[in-house]
Design a binder for this molecule. Structure first.
Ligand code: UGA
Ligand code: MN
Length: 347
């Protein structure tokens, strides 16, 4: 009797442990390891469901990535193209922007060039043409460009004495940067392959540029135009449009009857148009404020042909900021004492 009871106890314990383990197994492992019990059909359902869930996750991730690149594209096209590269998505081909910057030696020159370069680094298909107003290329600009990380061409031409501003001569007396821009046009026409599309923009070194204006100007067919802030002794100057969206006149106080009452920073020209009018250049003999018009007239463009950008010329995306001339009085005193500040430190 006792033995029988013990055997029954052993049997009961065995039963509890083994059925418990089966239940535990069933609850923890997937359908694969219990295929016999659950059946092929439900296993298939399980994997179908899992696959669908993974696909939905991937679609969500793809949408997120797309939103990221689109957002980046608006502000940082260069970063967006890197993301596209990583993802294996081909970036759309866009015409190269050739930005032409005349520049000359003065205390603020490096600061101006750094500011510009750090805007330009964010732009894709961008080629900077820096033209020094000097007999020789300077060390400062050469080294600066080498380390800039930008695609660039470094040129130089000294403005002829007749047109060179004298020390302390009011700046409006002579046109500035004219020979330099013209040399850049020569270079572009001679060196850019015929099948390469491009946009030429004259980006003086003392202005402030938003990235958006570069993205907008890429659509230029012939000549595109937009407002410029802080210019002409006004809050802004801009082309005035009619109801059909064509330019009819200029919002400017300075010689509003000029053929094109615009600052240099307010327009871009397609390379195609330059190729069609290969002799069009800025005229150094033009009257005060007529330098821009001198080129646009030779390009054979009419007001009504201009392509308004920046939301029909209602947004300011570039500013004629002009950097203040720094005070130098103490430096001059030290120079007079023969103790100038350390010339090895580049400013
Ligand atoms: C205004 C316009 O914004 C210029 O585009 C136009 O060339 C000029 O007037 C003019 O009427 O000639 P503003 O600010 O008065 O410009 O001129 P700057 O910015 O001093 O000069 C224009 C460009 O030429 C700058 O990139 C500057 O670095 C360069 N520059 C100036 C020289 O290369 N050499 C000089 O002796 C002076
Ligand atoms: Mn300027």
């Amino acid at each position: 009797m006792r033995r029988l009871l013990r055997n029954r106890m052993i049997f009961m314990a065995y039963f509890v442990v083994s059925s418990g383990s089966i239940l535990w197994l069933a609850s923890t492992c997937g359908p694969g390891c219990m295929s016999d019990e659950i059946g092929e059909d439900s296993m298939l359902d399980y994997y179908k469901h899992e696959l669908e869930r993974t696909r939905a996750n991937m679609r969500q991730t793809e949408t997120k990535l797309k939103t990221i690149t689109q957002t980046l594209n608006k502000q940082y096209a260069k970063a967006a193209s890197t993301v596209n590269e990583i993802l294996g998505i081909e970036s759309p081909r866009v015409p190269t922007i050739f930005a032409v910057t005349p520049t000359y030696t003065r205390p603020v020159q490096k600061a101006e060039l750094v500011r510009l370069s750090q805007t330009f680094l964010n732009i894709i298909n961008f080629h900077w043409i820096v033209v020094e107003d000097s007999e020789r290329k300077t060390q400062l600009v050469s080294k600066f460009l080498e380390n800039s990380g930008l695609v660039y061409t470094h040129l130089n031409v000294k403005t002829t004495d007749e047109y060179k501003l004298k020390e302390n001569e009011a700046s409006w007396r002579k046109p500035r940067g004219v020979d330099q821009r013209n040399l850049a046009i020569d270079w572009i026409l001679e060196n850019v392959p015929q099948d390469e599309e491009g946009i030429v923009y004259f980006a003086d070194d003392d202005n402030t540029y938003s990235l958006q204006i570069f993205e907008e100007m890429r659509t230029t067919q012939r000549v595109s135009v937009w407002p410029v802030g802080l210019v002409g002794a006004l809050r802004f100057e801009r082309p005035i449009l009619n109801d059909a969206g064509k330019v009819t006149s200029w919002y400017t106080m300075w010689a509003p009857d000029r053929p094109f009452g615009m600052d240099m920073a307010g327009f871009a020209v397609s390379l195609k148009l330059f190729r069609q009018q290969p002799h069009a250049r800025f005229d150094i003999t033009s009257m005060r404020g007529y330098v821009e018009s001198s080129l646009l007239v030779q390009l054979g463009i009419r007001k009504e042909d201009l392509e308004p950008l920046a939301e029909m010329c209602t947004k300011v995306l570039v500013w004629h900021t002009r950097t203040e001339k720094p005070k130098w009085k103490q430096e001059d005193k030290l120079i007079a004492l023969g103790k100038p500040s350390d010339p090895r430190i580049e400013v």
